[in-house]
Ligand binder design. Sequence first.
Ligand code: ATP
Ligand code: MG
Length: 450
Amino acid sequence: MPRVLVVDRSERTRDAVAELLGETSEVVWAAREQAAGQLRAGIAGGRPFDVVLLEGEPAPSPQLVRELVTQGGGVRVVLAAATAGDGAALAARCGANDVVARPFAAAELVFRIARGGGPTERADKRRPRKSDVLIGTGPWIKELYDRIAMVAATDVTVAIFGESGTGKELVARTIHNSSPRHDAPFVVVNCAAIPEALLEDELFGHVRGAFTDATRDREGLLAAAHTGTLFLDEIGELPLPLQAKLLRVLQSQEFRRIGDDQDRRVDVRIITATNRDLDQLVARGAFRQDLYYRINVFPMHLPPLRERRDDIPLLVHHFIHKYRGRLGKPIDGLAAGALARFAVYDFPGNVRELENKVHQAMVVAPGPTIEEGDVALPADRPGAHVDVTRPFRELKQQVIDAFERDYLQELLRLHQGNLAAAARAAGMDRKNLWALVERHRLDRARYKKP
Ligand SMILES: Nc1ncnc2c1ncn2[C@@H]1O[C@H](COP(=O)(O)OP(=O)(O)OP(=O)(O)O)[C@@H](O)[C@H]1O
Ligand SMILES: [Mg+2]
């Protein structure tokens, strides 16, 4: 039975949480000042807490969250926030693991708290990792969370549109996890990745003898998603004959396995995603108009990352947090210059590309901080990296700083930290070089030969 520590100004919150969680958890209350002590006492008494439900207001500091996590022996910290969108941003800032929106809904609370962690938890591949939270700031993410909440409670078909790497699958998972179907399977089918000849079999299954190799019945993925959610990724690539079969599922929840003479019924919620323009495909006759209407009941559009640059710092920190444990490297931050590189890049691959680049930078960073030189971004079209919405002087200074850093790092590497030799090679006065190295806080010892 998970033990939950509710940290809140009001002791009454404990009762509300206890009531919503029912018999499944033990709920204890503490004010902020006593929380760490309670956690220590739990460990000392051999009954550690599994989860802390921490009030989001006033905004907790990273220090507080770190203290709770360390004093609680790695306890999960879940923020209670006024809206999930704000909460996600806040959680990323203070290092909390997860968020629940206030007022609490029983299903969400059970999902985030009671089944979120704890030693008795059963392994469940379908449940997202705690790091798989939709992160963002500004109105768009708030609206996104509102729309997720709106549609999660229903069985309505959702169509997610967005460029590659904008988080379409993550949104689909979040909808599933917030829906009454969260205990049932979330099945992903990538219509573009499976050869056309196999896709029908994958999706709808077959009966024994349907074709030469069919030595036994096979349930398709549609049946595997029964009572759960089927996520059809790259729906634009679905071949026309299968579009007809899918339309039938959407209209009457019926389908037929290959070679079967009977219809079967399924209860699935369908979410589709595409980075293609379905209107265009319809116009070309590559996508059925009637199917388009059916899947487009509740469209969601995910903006490209370059149109929401404010999210970049948040996401960078989020991914540092996500990979720190897996890499086993004590990376705890990144230099302003490194962040500046991320902030001005265009990210044609969107969040996925950002995630990869942060991961890469963490792998190559020799120290606890990601430095500008650790960030490798491809050169793109000239001018693409220039953010003309910012003042010229500021941007120029940033470029000069970046250049100086690059130059110095390379120079010191080449001369193994020997200032005299480096100054000679650079045609600089040794004192000036020293001052520049100091200004950029470069550690010469790092470049010395061992
Ligand atoms: N808002 C976000 N907050 C946190 N992580 C995100 C966000 N958006 C995307 N990600 C992460 O970026 C990666 C790519 O996201 P996802 O696979 O959902 O994108 P996609 O739109 O399905 O991409 P593709 O079209 O390439 O399949 C995932 O690791 C996901 O967790
Ligand atoms: Mg995807």
